[in-house]
Design a protein around this ligand. Sequence first.
Ligand SMILES: O=CN(O)C[C@@H](CC1CCCC1)C(=O)N1NCCC[C@H]1C(=O)Nc1ccccn1
Ligand code: NI
Length: 183
Amino acid sequence: MILMEDIVREGHPALRTRAEEVVFPLTEEDRKLAHDLLEYLVNSQDPEMAEKYSLRGGIGLAANQVNKLKRMFALHVEDAKGEQLSFVAINPKIVSHSVEQTYITSGEGCLSVDRAVPGYVPRHARVTVKFMTVDGEEKKLRLSGLPAIAFQHELDHLNGVMFYDRINEKDPFSDIPNSSPFE
Ligand SMILES: O=CN(O)C[C@@H](CC1CCCC1)C(=O)N1NCCC[C@H]1C(=O)Nc1ccccn1
Ligand code: NI
């Protein structure tokens, strides 16, 4: 199982490296990585497991964060309707997105960043995404709200982008044009 010690922190080159496309059929190692990424999120959201293994809660985790430069990440997050989204996205892509933007009003954090970085992180409010599942099926989803934000945060990791790269340096809380906040 993945522990906090397996999660690389700011300064580690993996966080600034573009991950490589995953080749199908998946190797046993790829399958284990996919499983372990999702397992971390489930464990981190279970109070007993989180406490027992000192896990920081997460709703997303990208392979770069465990020093695996493969284009895959896991999401385990509730949507606005209380539906549990739980999947591993392999070779994910945003195929289209809204003009409208959004941002978490309390800002974003990152399991690879051991400090608070204040400011709004502009994200597309709605995204249409495509990715391969571990079973080799292509999925196409339309996401909004927290799932949309999380998908973009994770896809950024696969491209070596950190959330704070997107914060307005001059005024971190400056108005985001054409946006609606995510409280
Ligand atoms: O790359 C992946 N990561 O770095 C883990 C991040 C991913 C999320 C950050 C913003 C969107 C995706 C993560 O989950 N966190 N970041 C550190 C603080 C805790 C946690 C978090 O934001 N939790 C949360 C947020 C809203 C509602 C409920 N829970
Ligand atoms: Ni992160």
